[in-house]
Design a protein around this ligand. Structure first.
Ligand code: PEP
Length: 250
């Protein structure tokens, strides 16, 4: 089919220590080779673990990514990590613009766009997150908010090889709540149209992930929604069995 190759990505957030390497080793060893032939699988641990995980997963089908990058390659930015530094450790991807970054660190669309460009500069695939808050959904502003975030944070000339969009309704993250299949279809359809309008044929090939309380039990239903090309998984990515269960739905 013409469907883009699915991507199942785990966002560990600020969780995990060196002992957690057992989890990614279980993902690596438990991933069915036939499934690995069909989908991409990615784990995004805290930056402290990217190097060790990349070594543990070298030669396997599981990739390692960061959760955020600074826009600059290096310099006077105490506490920050650049895309080049993550790439140097063996990362292949990075999340940018996660709602927790937008909220906790006041990241604007322009900031997120600069981070996506930094990821591309360093050869990383940028997973760019968008999504409305509960108040925005209740006010009927979901499509306007997502359209605006995409317009402001997606770099011109983004390619399908280097760019993934993740639709993550803020109210669905870590809450056990998910939008209906119809609601997911509406937003993913909007994103697809916006990508095609901005980027033409290339935009039609950019993967659009759904994120927000994805579990093994709801993954198949979400994956069946048109224009859902995979999942960005928070809580359930911390357990190998759950993460593999979600991947198996694809
Ligand atoms: C996330 O934060 O990217 C996420 C989707 O979290 P959860 O799966 O826990 O809702």
């Amino acid at each position: 089919s013409d469907r883009p190759r699915p991507l199942v990505a785990g966002n560990w957030k600020m969780n995990g220590t060196r002992a957690s390497q057992a989890v990614v080793e279980a993902v690596r060893d438990g991933l069915d080779p036939a499934l690995a032939g069909r989908i991409d699988v990615l784990v995004c641990p805290p930056a402290t673990l990217v190097g060790a995980f990349a070594q543990a997963l070298a030669g396997s089908a599981v990739r390692v990514g960061g959760q955020d990058v600074h826009a600059a390659a290096s310099g006077a930015h105490t506490g920050c990590v650049s895309a080049e530094m993550l790439a140097d450790l063996g990362a292949t991807h990075t999340i940018v613009g996660h709602s927790e970054r937008r909220a906790d660190h006041h990241e604007t669309d322009a900031d997120v766009r600069a981070k996506a460009l930094a990821a591309h500069r360093a050869g990383l695939i940028a997973i760019l997150c968008v999504g409305e808050t509960r108040a925005e959904r209740e006010a009927g502003r979901t499509l306007d908010v997502v359209r605006g975030q995409l317009a402001g944070s997606l770099p011109d000339g983004a390619t399908a090889a280097a760019t993934v969009i993740a639709y993550e309704p803020v109210w669905a993250i870590g809450t056990g709540l998910t939008p209906t299949a119809a609601d997911v279809a509406e937003v993913h359809g909007l994103i697809r149209r916006e990508l095609a309008a901005r980027l033409g044929e290339e935009g039609a090939r950019i993967r659009i992930l759904y994120g927000g309380s994805v579990k093994p039990q709801n993954a198949a239903e979400l994956m069946a929604v048109p224009n859902v090309d995979g999942a960005l998984v928070g809580g359930a990515s911390l357990k190998a069995e759950d993460f593999l269960g979600i991947a198996a739905a694809y």
